[in-house]
Design a protein around this ligand. Structure first.
Ligand code: THU
Length: 160
């Protein structure tokens, strides 16, 4: 019997100003997107901004529904929109934030499992890494690729 260990590396920045300029801009776009979320049931407004390989930034936010499971997270709203509009262009970076009671959340939100699985499919599809920037009032976390967020993901190639 062997023990396997999985290590996830997270870069912690003390605040938004400590990030490179390109990432500051992306996080600001995520914050703007969060304000436009449709979250009347949870009042938890999530925003995601994606930097594509062609330099474009696309954003998304959570879209809720009275039939709760019919809603969609901000991350997947943004990723599916980007992949629908730009099917041949990779996503380089994703910034995510959330607003509760009018304030950015106190500690970083981490994308849900379904969003991580979708991020990994996009990484695999374009053979690139998606860097993820997670916003909060106290610190900013940066994770270099989605596979670090979901190491034991379901690998589509297993279906072959
Ligand atoms: N939500 C996101 O948009 N992204 C996440 O990573 C976690 C949760 C949304 C779903 C729902 O609209 C609300 O936040 C509360 O769960």
């Amino acid at each position: 019997m062997k023990h396997l260990k999985i290590i996830t590396e997270i870069k912690q920045y003390p605040n938004i100003k400590a990030l490179p300029d390109e990432e500051i801009e992306l996080l600001h776009k995520a914050r703007e997107a969060a304000k436009k979320s449709y979250a009347p049931y949870s009042n938890f407004k999530v925003g995601a901004a994606l930097l594509l390989e062609n330099g474009e930034i696309v954003t998304g936010n959570n879209q809720e529904n009275a039939a709760y499971p019919s809603g969609l997270c901000a991350e997947r709203t943004a990723i599916f929109w980007a992949n629908a509009q730009y099917p041949h262009i990779a996503i380089k970076t994703m910034a995510v934030t959330a607003i509760k009671k009018g304030e950015i959340i106190p500690s970083p939100l981490s994308p849900c499992g379904s969003c991580r699985q979708v991020m990994i499919e996009t990484e695999t599809r374009f053979n690139t890494n998606i860097k993820t920037i997670l916003d909060s009032q106290s610190e900013i976390w940066v994770i270099d690729c989605a596979k670090d967020l979901l190491p034991l993901f379901f690998y589509g190639k297993d279906l072959d």
